[in-house]
Write a new protein. Structure first.
Length: 450
């Protein structure tokens, strides 16, 4: 099983100039031997070069072909050079399951123009697992943990949610079960599916608590290095108050700030929700959070916008440490990048953003210059959002934003009972403003990637 991922927002490389016939990408499904269409068999029979793994070649052992078979290089990036050297040949690339579902088809699409690729579909391992279990997968979420740590699973953990997880040697069923148990999801049901479609096919079922227990994975044999886990997530009813959030508006006490729970340098929940609604995250966008504090806005932005990428710029080293802690706590380390430094100097090497939020400027005297810099770096049709808690800063925002396209202004006066206090408290008024930068809308790079 091969799964590949790309970082959200990566720029697509220039395609290989491909003068020969289209590269045929043959998905092999889960059958052993592979069950292939007549068109796929014809392309295999007429190929001069076939790239694949040793297992792939075993799956097509009964297919008549005079092609030279070449095993994928390690690392796989070496395949690009192989393809360049054979641009005039009739080439077939084999893929596990469905090559366009977390597979090599997407990788090839980064290098070769779409009109020079010909795809043959097949059943994915995920589809095979659900059918073997007789479970609907219409609303299931597919997650890849290849090359990732178990804590990245946290962004997908929600009560009564079904996920399908691609695993690897370092992040297998036992590691996943341990992560679920630590997050209060010990009652979750984990079905481990191995070698689907082969004579060695095996499906075993556990609770997360049971599988996470020492030695549990050896009760009925070790797991294969690569498998799929189908998981029904169930929260321990006694831990609902501290559970990972399933909807925007993370409770303030769940953030690490260095102060007592619910206090410290974060945008409080009510203000944060207004900020996020004005930022309006979209697939594939790049965002900056300038003066990120302990990262509550960045964490929420990244958690609910998986394909996007946000840079959290903060001058306090201690607060950057809390950003990292909060990012790991809520599973956003894949698309939240902490930056220790002061804007605008620390923004010089960052990609131009689709959205900027300014939550802190280091003093009202620095705010006008920072707004000018942000406006210059913002992409056309991008969104600029800022907040202020002092009258001087609010006046600076009004002066800059007033008259710009899409101008919005919200003033919040929140009264709430904070943790550890019985008396209601009125928080300082916060002004939040937004505008758009004129210009044609540009599609964010990678916005349609998984």
């Amino acid at each position: 099983m091969l799964t590949l991922t790309t970082a959200p927002g990566d720029d697509l490389p220039a395609p290989i100039q491909w003068p020969g016939p289209p590269v045929s990408v043959v998905s092999l499904g889960c059958g052993d031997p592979a069950l292939l269409s007549e068109d796929a068999l014809a392309d295999l029979g007429g190929a001069e070069l076939i790239y694949g793994s040793e297992r792939h070649f075993r799956q097509i052992a009964g297919v008549k072909s005079d092609a030279r078979k070449v095993v994928f290089p390690s690392p796989l990036s070496g395949l690009r050079e192989m393809l360049v050297a054979n641009r005039s040949a009739r080439v077939v690339v084999l893929g596990s399951g469905d090559a366009l579902f977390y597979g090599i088809g997407e990788w090839l699409g980064r290098w070769i123009a779409k009109d020079k690729l010909r795809f043959h579909p097949n059943i994915s391992s995920i589809q095979s697992c659900f059918h073997a279990l007789g479970l609907s997968w219409r609303q299931a979420e597919v997650v890849s943990l290849h090359g990732r740590s178990p804590d990245t699973l946290r962004r997908h953990i929600r009560h009564r949610h079904r996920i399908a997880v691609f695993t690897d040697r370092d992040c297998g069923p036992v590691a996943i079960a341990g992560e679920l148990a630590r997050q209060g999801y010990g009652p979750s049901i984990i079905r481990v599916c191995e070698a689907m479609g082969s004579a060695q096919q095996r499906i075993r079922q556990y609770s997360a608590n049971g599988l996470a227990s020492p030695g549990a994975e050896r009760v009925d044999g070790e797991f294969q290095a690569l498998n799929v886990c189908i998981i029904d997530l169930w929260r321990d009813p006694g831990l609902a108050a501290s559970a990972l959030p399933a909807f925007p508006g993370i409770s303030d006490p769940l953030f690490s700030t260095g102060a007592k729970p619910g206090y410290g340098m974060i945008s409080k929940r009510e203000t944060r929700l207004v900020i996020l609604s004005l930022m309006s995250p979209e697939n594939g966008e790049i965002a900056w959070d300038i003066g990120a504090g302990c990262g509550s806005v960045s964490v929420e932005w990244a958690r609910w916008n998986h394909p996007g990428r946000i840079y959290a710029i903060e001058r306090s080293e201690a607060r950057v440490g809390h950003i990292i802690t909060n990012s790991e706590r809520f599973g956003t380390s894949l698309n939240l990048i902490p930056i220790h430094g002061t804007a605008p100097a620390s923004c010089e090497g960052l990609p131009d953003p689709d959205c900027i939020f300014i939550g802190g400027s280091g003093g009202p005297g620095r705010l006008p210059g920072l707004l000018d810099y942000a406006w210059g770096r913002l992409k056309p049709a991008g969104k600029l959002v800022a907040s202020a808690v002092t009258g001087q800063s609010a006046a600076a925002l009004t002066s800059f934003f007033d008259g710009k396209p899409g101008y919005e202004r919200v003033t919040l006066r929140v009264g709430k009972t904070l943790p550890g206090s019985a008396a209601p408290r009125t928080l300082k008024p916060v002004t939040v403003v937004k505008c758009f930068k004129p210009g044609p809308l540009r599609e964010p790079a990678g916005s349609l990637r998984p």
